[in-house]
Design a protein around this ligand. Structure first.
Ligand code: CAA
Length: 389
């Protein structure tokens, strides 16, 4: 990434970007293919990222975080994802879906208990909203939680949980009052060791294979009432508010993938020859490079703009749903566009596992699906613009 006239980087921002870039290129890029192939979770590098402050970048230092701003977060996430999108999503979920939600909606006791282990990278946090029969239609969940004295008893199956097989703590959304639909959903903080919580099948995935994903099965899982996040019925609003932040993170992850695909393509276009000249000299290649670059620059401005909107919201409390959704939509489609073009520019080598380009292609696709598909982003944006909600 580079400075932009709209977002000139401070020395502090440059430092975090450069630190993340050095770490990502020296320690993550060399192992990315191996972990992609095996599908193993990269515990060692994730722990190191935690020790460097990347797992709780915006969390205040008193809770074990790095106490930096949202732009720092997206700059670091972009660099990590450029080396490996699987590391990127683990970082994004820990920072935005887990830590941000508890920092914003948690009690002081909940912050003290559930944030420091995750923000410092000693433990992994996860967010569990989706179910086998409710993905985009998130409020239509079948999982149930009922109050019994000082506990809630949780039952149901959750799916597609990033970090599911390995996470230590979960933010889980369950229906407490089905009649109230979206307003009957409640959020809970669940320790992964709680009896009655089982990890279900691990998903075999197309991309981001090193980020473990699984179902969670709750069978009469008793969670102390003090672990309820927010009030009863506030869960869906919490889930959506947190996803606004998550979507900025996935946008930054997508931007990192797009940049990796672009840089590989420029290098290859300058080196590979066909018909007696460098392939970059053919307009068919050059115009692809131009389109990739243009979309990346636009995506970057949108992601940084969304990051600044979130930063402002710390003072104004205003929602930044529109900035987050437009940025996520554009950046994820940019990642797919750039990865597709990169494979084409590389020809047979783009299809080979000898180069990381085919991995960028597989990894890019998920950014158009998770934390709200492109169709859901279009729904959110059009509803806002047309005043339908
Ligand atoms: N911020 C605050 N409140 C919000 C909000 C937001 N961004 N979006 C909605 N709300 C509120 C609404 O204001 C409304 O409250 P009121 O009635 O008090 O006004 C309430 O939530 C219900 O909103 P809607 O009527 O808009 O709800 P809906 O059922 O029509 O659904 C939706 C809206 C946009 C389709 C939503 O369901 C959605 O975003 N779906 C996609 C879910 C998603 O992104 N899932 C990804 C899960 S995480 C993941 O991918 C895995 C991972 O680990 C990375």
């Amino acid at each position: 990434m580079s400075d932009t006239a709209l977002f000139p980087l401070s020395d502090e921002h440059k430092m975090i970007r450069d630190t993340a870039r050095d770490f990502a290129q020296n320690e993550i890029a060399p192992i990315a293919a191996e972990f992609d192939e095996s599908g193993e979770f990269p515990h060692a590098t994730i722990k190191k990222m935690g020790a460097m402050g990347f797992m709780g970048i915006e969390v205040p230092e008193q809770y074990g975080g790095a106490g930096m701003d949202t732009l720092s977060y997206v700059l670091a996430l972009e660099e990590i994802s450029k080396a490996d999108a699987a590391h990127g999503v683990v970082m994004s979920v820990n920072n935005s879906l887990y830590c941000h939600g508890i920092m914003k909606f948690g009690t002081e006791e909940q912050k003290k208990k559930f944030i420091p282990p995750v923000a410092s990278g000693k433990a992994i946090g996860a967010y569990s909203l989706t179910e086998p029969m409710s993905g985009s239609d998130a409020s239509n969940m079948k999982s149930r939680a009922r109050r019994e004295g000082d506990f809630y008893v949780l039952n149901g199956v959750k799916s597609w949980v990033t970090g599911g097989p390995v996470a230590d703590y979960f933010v889980v959304f369950m229906m407490t009052n089905p009649e109230k639909k979206a307003k009957g959903i409640t959020a809970f903080l669940v320790d992964g060791k709680t009896p009655g919580l089982k990890r279900g099948k691990k998903e075999p995935k197309l991309g981001i294979r090193a980020s473990a994903t699984s179902e969670l099965i709750f069978e009469n899982c008793k969670v102390p009432a003090e672990n309820r996040l927010g009030e009863e019925g506030e869960g869906f609003k919490i889930a959506m508010t947190v996803l606004d932040v998550g979507r900025i993170g996935i946008g930054a992850q997508a931007l990192g993938i797009a940049e990796a695909a672009y840089e590989a393509s420029v290098a290859y276009a300058k080196e590979r020859e066909a018909f007696g000249q460098k392939i970059g000299e053919f307009q068919g290649t050059g115009f692809k490079i131009a389109d990739m670059k243009t979309r990346i620059e636009a995506a970057r401005l949108m992601i940084y703009n969304a990051a600044m909107a979130k930063e402002r919201a710390k003072i104004t409390g205003e929602r930044f749903t529109l900035q987050a959704s437009t940025a996520k939509l554009f950046a994820s489609e940019t990642a797919m566009f750039c990865a597709h073009a990169a494979v084409q520019i590389h020809g047979g080598m783009g299809y080979s596992k000898e180069l990381p380009v085919e991995r960028y292609f597989r990894d890019a696709k998920i950014t158009e699906i998770y934390e709200g598909t492109s169709e859901i982003q279009r729904l959110v944006i059009s509803r806002a613009e047309l005043g339908l909600r």
